[in-house]
Write a protein that binds this ligand. Structure first.
Ligand SMILES: [Zn+2]
Length: 329
């Protein structure tokens, strides 16, 4: 038997049959994650964290701009009001759909903002279900499950730590990674919708011969600003979709050979020791993937199983390394 950390592999480096099943992790978990959430927050205004202010003001400001200008949204709202509350019209359906999408988006964000990424308490279980003793974290004294990382912002270990996200002023880990992906997808979708509405309104107002209003210039600014924002959230959705499908995390890609449990795999890997998640690092990652030289992914169980675990498995999940992880996904 070969031992990497607290994982046991047989002579061929494979896990025993049956170990690939979805196994809920025996962790008494998140008893007081509110304390960790509090520690993760940035500066506050009126008791509300800055990330929430940014979210609310950016969305409210954009919607207000679209309502106050000659946009499709303001025309539809006017049409729905004229038709009256009792009548069902296309304008009314459009406005109802926009309101529903915005409400869903707020709910999604707040659920993510308040979510527990998978903080591990020092009082949590010291061994896995299988009886494998976990290694003690030297920083918080907890016994985190495999693939965890200590989060210095909150002073706790996070199960399958991915990254610290300033957008929600908290960590993204095993428990909220799929929610984070849904949020990025929906945010990119809403930005794309707002961009088309703002572009249409800005084009009509800028093409006229009359004196341009402040609203007109604000619409133009919104059109220009929404492009990089769409690229950012669309890029995040694509990146985290890839990470989910390939059984990787941002942390594992970024730190590579520096991650203790990945060291044995990176010693055999013929490629960069790590990949930054900036344009340069991502270009380097794409180059290696095109060459069929994917970075080590020892926790990958194939695309279908990885996605199954990412979206549907009970969390925190008991991750185990497997030699079938080096896939060119
Ligand atoms: Zn720790």
């Amino acid at each position: 038997m070969a031992h990497f950390g607290n994982a046991s592999l047989n002579e061929a480096g494979q896990r025993s049959p049956g170990q690939h099943r979805l196994v809920p992790q025996n962790v008494k978990h998140a008893h007081n994650h509110k304390d960790a959430l509090k520690a993760a927050r940035g500066w506050q205004l009126c008791g509300i964290d800055r990330s929430v202010w940014v979210f609310v003001l950016a969305h409210a400001g954009l919607v207000a701009l679209l309502l106050l200008s000659e946009s499709e949204l303001s025309r539809r709202v006017a049409g729905a009001i004229t038709a009256g509350a009792g009548s069902i019209t296309w304008d009314g359906a459009y406005v109802a759909l926009v309101i529903a999408c915005l409400a869903l988006h707020v709910v999604l964000y707040m659920r993510l903002y308040r979510s527990d990424p998978g903080w591990v308490d020092p009082g949590d279980s010291q061994a896995d279900e299988e009886g494998t003793q976990r290694q003690k974290c030297p920083h918080c004294g907890a016994f985190p499950p495999e693939r965890s990382k200590h989060d210095f912002k909150t002073g706790r270990c996070v199960a399958k730590f991915d990254h610290f996200c300033p957008l929600i002023a908290s960590s993204v880990g095993d428990l909220n990674h799929s929610l984070f992906w849904f949020y990025c997808v929906f945010q990119a979708f809403l930005i794309a919708w707002a961009w088309f509405v703002a572009l249409d309104a800005a084009t009509s107002c800028l093409s006229g011969t009359s004196r341009k209003s402040v609203t007109c210039w604000l619409l133009l600014a919104a059109v220009l600003l929404l492009v990089p924002l769409f690229n950012f959230f669309g890029g995040l959705a694509l990146l985290h979709g890839y990470l989910a499908a390939s059984g990787r995390t941002s942390y594992e890609i970024c730190k590579g050979a520096k991650v203790p449990y990945l060291q044995p795999y990176y010693e055999r890997y013929k490629g960069p020791a790590h990949f930054g998640l900036d344009p340069k690092g991502l270009a380097s990652l794409l180059r290696e993937l095109r060459k069929g030289n994917a970075p080590p992914a020892p926790y990958s169980l194939g695309v279908a199983e990885n996605l199954n675990i990412f979206f549907f498995a009970e969390k925190p999940y008991l991750y185990r390394r497997s030699d079938i992880g080096h896939e060119d996904v």
